[in-house]
Design a protein around this ligand. Structure first.
Ligand code: THU
Length: 130
C-alpha cells in the first residue's frame, strides 16, 4: 500500500460524507500495522457540535473492530471536488490519533506527508498524567 494509494482511498471515502451543512466532504483512510485499511467520512449533525470528522470515524471503526496499531492515515477534504489541496486534521482528531499512535505515525495530506510529532509537537499523552 503506497501513500498515494492510501490517499486515493481517502478521496473515495469522501463520497460517503454526510455534510449537508458545510458541504465540505472529507474522507480518511487509516492503515493498520498489519496492512488493513479502515476508511471514514465526516458525519455532520443539525446541532453542529455533534459532527464527527472523517479521521475520528476511521479511528473509531478500527478500534471497535479490535485494531489499535496504526502506521499511517490519509485525509482528503474538499468543497469543490478538488482534493489536491491539503486538509489538515483538526486538533481533536490529532489528539484522538495521539492516543494510539507514536511520534513517527505518518499523516498523508494530498502530495505531502508529515509525522504526528510535526503536526502536534509536545503532544499531551498519558505519560503527562501523574
Ligand atoms: N472535517 C473533517 O472531517 N476533517 C478535517 O480534517 C477537517 C474538518 C469536517 C468537519 C465538518 O463536517 C467539515 O469538515 C467542516 O469543518
Amino acid at each position: 500500500m503506497t501513500e498515494s494509494e492510501l490517499f486515493s482511498m481517502a478521496v473515495n471515502a469522501a463520497e460517503e460524507s454526510y455534510s449537508p451543512y458545510s458541504r465540505f466532504r472529507v474522507g480518511a483512510a487509516l492503515l493498520t500495522e498489519d496492512g488493513r485499511v479502515f476508511t471514514g467520512c465526516n458525519i455532520e449533525n443539525s446541532s453542529y457540535s455533534l459532527t464527527v470528522c472523517a479521521e475520528r470515524t476511521a479511528v473509531f471503526k478500527a478500534i471497535s473492530e479490535g485494531f489499535d496499531k496504526f502506521r499511517a492515515i490519509a485525509v482528503a477534504g474538499s468543497a469543490d471536488g478538488d482534493f489536491s489541496r491539503p486538509c489538515t486534521p483538526c486538533g481533536a482528531c490529532l489528539q484522538v490519533l495521539s492516543e494510539f499512535c507514536g511520534d513517527d505515525f505518518t499523516i498523508v495530506l494530498a502530495d505531502r506527508k508529515y509525522r504526528l510529532s510535526e503536526l502536534m509537537p509536545n503532544r499531551f499523552t498519558a505519560a503527562n498524567l501523574k
